[in-house]
Ligand binder design. Structure first.
Ligand code: PEP
Ligand code: MG
Length: 603
């Protein structure tokens, strides 16, 4: 244990368990771009020092960007490195620098406040320009401004993409673009003040096998970089400056849980077949191309959800058709003949393209806003680039296309019409693609669920996005920690809706899978299977626990469970029934349920 932590008081904070595992390490408090910078008056006699501080931050930022540029040029390519020239140009912008200094001279506030204010003005002005190229510059200014602010605030060496050493990341929130770039080798654990089990940062944490706890309110303001914490991703606890006895107890818990995990991993090579002989298809969800390795490691039968928006999130520009074609082909080829379901862009909502505010203006209700297929049907140039890239990859393995956020049959028909145009263009050019490529629809909006009979006539498969479906069905914002306890997958409305979707899919003789987080929760899996779901797609590290459960249960019992649950009124009672079903079949001590020990169940 570090010497200084023994002197500090141990504090235990309860949050929401979001990614299983136990981590112990020193804190890195991550300050997000939109977190307010401190504002204070500067002693007029120290004005020169303040401007010198600004100059130094600009020089350091220039050195950092040049270094990244060289690395990108060497490791990825000169074209990709061009963006950093644009960033360097922002740093040379005399108007921006001059205005900051004038703001400082006029107000006497600290230089961070002045720079932040001027940069925000520039970002706003650029994002309103009616020229796509200039609009994109707003993203460059935001990125660079962030870096300059970090340097001014002394946070330069530790950004999420380059943690100086192994740390537990504590943040107010981590956006999807932040989480996509997180330093996977150094993040020991993740703790966020806000968020819920289905927020995208958490989904990424789970795929990284990093313990995570969310919904800890103001913890990021209560800890400092010198603190040490335990992150208990099983029970949703964060223990700040743990005592020696707590560390000892957690050492034991970790040993026990790791024992369970290694037994689950050993059994993970077995087929996912129930005791009464029904095979269940277990697929993987991935966000990034390099995660394709996890699909084989965890013995998945293919990819049930490739969230392609992660290719866009950290980029200031939209990736070209050719770049996307390479990415998709890499995934498809390395898994062939296993199937890969490529979901078309689901940008917007809590996943705006950070570097491109022109394409995603701020909205007061982003989850119900300009998102996913709505965006694609308005920006058909971007949509078509992606569709052609997916079609081209389909010549190299088994590809399926899936549209997110479809609200009804008309919208599905519009998306399919754009796909037909792309196919025609490729045929004219003589470019190969799979003519029999299957097209599916995500069912994640209540209107789609209610019209699943109509949608089933127009596509080859359904995949239920329970993360969004539950959010819209129960009117519970999926990333709002205050109402996270009301987000109940076992709500009768959810069960009835799932049953309707499955029945309509089967009536039309198309398969239906679930790719929301519910599919990776072994406590809820029997319910889904009992309702008739054909396949489950989840973050790869969750597969062993789900496979274990599948092999320990009978499908006939799962059907009885689902039937019984459909006749029940209380979400809590249904959950208790599911927990009983699960623990009767998994006798392993310490088997993970993802729920808090002895307390109110997590989600
Ligand atoms: C879902 O909504 O369940 C889903 C899988 O999509 P995402 O989490 O990417 O919104
Ligand atoms: Mg969704």
């Amino acid at each position: 244990m570090p010497p200084e932590s023994s002197a500090k008081q141990e504090v235990i904070v309860q949050g929401i368990p979001a990614s299983q595992g136990i981590a112990y390490g020193q804190v890195f408090v991550y300050i997000q771009s939109n977190v307010e910078v401190p504002s204070y008056a500067v002693d007029p006699e120290k004005g020169i020092d303040e401007i010198a501080r600004f100059d130094r931050a600009l020089v350091i930022t220039r050195q950092q960007i040049s270094k990244i540029k060289n690395e990108v040029e060497k490791n990825i390519g000169p074209e990709e490195a061009l963006i950093f020239d644009a960033h360097l140009m922002v740093l040379e912008d005399q108007a921006l620098i001059g205005e900051t200094i004038r703001e400082f001279e006029g107000t006497g506030r600290n230089i961070e406040t002045c720079f932040n204010k001027v940069a925000a003005r520039y970002i706003q002005a650029f994002s309103e320009i009616d020229d796509e190229y200039l609009r994109e510059r707003a993203g460059d200014i935001r990125d660079v401004a962030q870096r300059v602010l970090q340097n001014l605030l002394g946070q330069a060496e530790n950004s999420l993409t380059r943690l100086a050493d192994k740390r537990v990341v504590v943040a107010n929130d981590i956006s999807p673009s932040d989480s996509a770039g997180i330093d996977r080798s150094a993040a020991l654990g993740i703790v966020t003040d806000s968020g819920s089990k289905t927020s995208h940062a958490v989904i990424v944490a789970r795929s990284m096998k990093v313990p995570a706890v969310v919904g800890v309110r103001d913890l990021s303001q209560r800890v400092q970089n010198s603190d040490w914490v335990i992150v208990d991703g099983y029970d949703g606890l964060v223990i700040i400056n743990p005592s020696e006895s707590t560390l000892f107890r957690y050492g034991k818990i970790r040993e026990q849980r790791e024992g369970v995990e290694s037994r689950l991993l050993e059994a993970n090579r077995q087929p996912a077949v129930t005791l009464d002989g029904v095979a269940v298809t277990l697929m993987a969800n991935i966000e990034k191309v390099d995660e394709v390795k996890l699909v084989r490691d965890y013995n998945a039968e293919g990819i049930g959800l490739f969230r392609t928006e992660y290719l866009y999130l950290n980029s200031a520009r939209v990736p070209s058709e050719a770049e996307q074609a390479v990415a998709y082909r890499t995934v498809v080829e390395s898994l062939a003949p296993l199937p890969v379901v490529i979901r078309t862009l689901d940008l917007g909502g809590d996943k705006p393209m950070a570097g491109n505010p022109g394409l995603f203006p701020k909205e007061s209700n982003p989850f119900m806003g300009f998102r996913a297929i709505r965006f694609c049907l308005e920006h058909t140039d971007i949509f078509k680039d992606q569709l052609r890239a997916i079609l081209m990859a389909s010549a190299h393995g088994k590809v399926r296309i899936m549209y997110p956020m479809i609200s009804g049959a008309e919208e599905l028909a519009r998306a399919n019409a754009v796909l037909d145009e792309c196919k025609a263009e490729l045929r004219t050019k003589g470019t190969a693609f799979d003519e029999k490529l299957e097209v599916g629809t995500m069912i994640e909006i209540p209107s789609a669920a209610a019209t699943s009979d109509l949608l089933a006539q127009e596509c080859d498969f359904f995949s239920i996005g329970t993360n969004d479906l539950i959010q819209y069905l129960l009117a519970i914002d999926r990333v709002n920690d205050r109402i996270a306890h009301l987000y109940e997958p076992t709500h009768p409305a959810v069960l009835r809706t799932l049953k309707n979707i499955v029945d309509e899919a089967h009536r039309a003789k198309i398969p239906v899978s679930v790719c929301g987080e519910m599919a990776g929760d072994p406590v809820l899996v029997p319910l889904l299977l009992g309702l008739g779901v054909d396949a489950l797609s989840m973050t790869p590290p969750l597969i062993p626990a789900v496979r274990y459960l599948v092999r320990a249960m009978k499908m006939a019992d799962a059907k009885k469970l689902a039937k019984e649950a459909l006749g029940m009124a209380s979400p809590k009672d249904i959950l208790t029934r599911c927990l009983d079903f699960y623990s009767e079949r998994t006798k392993m001590e310490g088997a993970p349920t993802g729920r808090r020990a002895g307390g109110r169940p997590g989600r």
